[in-house]
Design a binder for this molecule. Structure first.
Ligand code: GSH
Length: 206
């Protein structure tokens, strides 16, 4: 059994989608990040970085933070959603890092300056829009001949969907990227994905 510490946020959705895809039993522990519950001592013991998601594997009492590390752990535990070895496995890990280091942080900044910042700063909005469009174009080129980000549906798709799902609620950000849009629709149509984005409840952005 897995305990999932999460909230209505893109990084949390990655973990819940993965658990749903793997049909792994899990218990949801809600951490209200808008009320600061991620800074409580009990939670910091699980993640010193004070961010959701975190999982605890009750079979071993091991706690894991960082959403892409969680995806890798769950996929390896189940023996699904990532090849077990070789070049294809390394390719999935490479795109997981791309998501964690680029798509996630840059889209996070784009959404922050568009919707959360107390003042509209045109330079910041333009900077992160330009950078996320550049990153989208990398995915767009890759998806011209591919159904999924790697050879098969994998945790690389789940990782990317979390933030793209959140961005898509508020921005017309995919309209110039037809192959990325088609990929998004394919992933969104999966029943485990539709369920995963309702854990612990639908996004407040919807
Ligand atoms: N790199 C981390 C980022 C985690 C993250 O930023 N989580 C956000 C929700 S998507 C959060 O907990 N924010 C609360 C805060 O920053 O105080 C991961 O992928 O797990």
């Amino acid at each position: 059994m897995i305990d999932l510490y999460t909230y209505q946020a893109p990084c949390g959705y990655k973990a819940s989608i993965c658990l749903e895809e793997l049909e792994m039993p899990y218990t949801v522990k809600v951490v209200n990040i808008w009320e600061g519950e991620q800074h409580k001592e009990e939670f910091l013991q699980l993640n010193p970085n004070a961010k959701i998601p975190v999982i605890v594997d009750r079979e071993t009492d091991e706690a894991i933070f960082e959403s892409c590390a969680i995806l890798l752990y769950l996929a390896d535990k189940a023996g699904q959603l990532i090849p077990p070895s070789g070049k294809q496995r390394r390719e999935v890990i490479q795109w997981l890092f791309f998501q964690a280091a680029s798509i996630g942080p840059m889209l996070g900044q784009r959404m922050h300056f568009a919707f959360v910042a107390p003042e509209k700063i045109p330079y910041a909005i333009a900077r992160y829009t330009k950078e996320t469009d550049r990153l989208y174009n990398i995915l767009e080129q890759r998806l011209i001949e591919k159904e999924f980000i790697c050879d098969q549906y994998s945790i690389a798709d789940i990782a990317h969907f979390g933030w793209l799902y959140m961005a898509n609620q508020r921005l017309d950000n995919l309209e110039h990227f037809p192959h990325l849009t088609a990929w998004y629709d394919r992933i969104a149509a999966r029943s485990a994905v539709a369920k995963g984005v309702t854990v612990p409840a639908p996004s407040p952005f919807i």
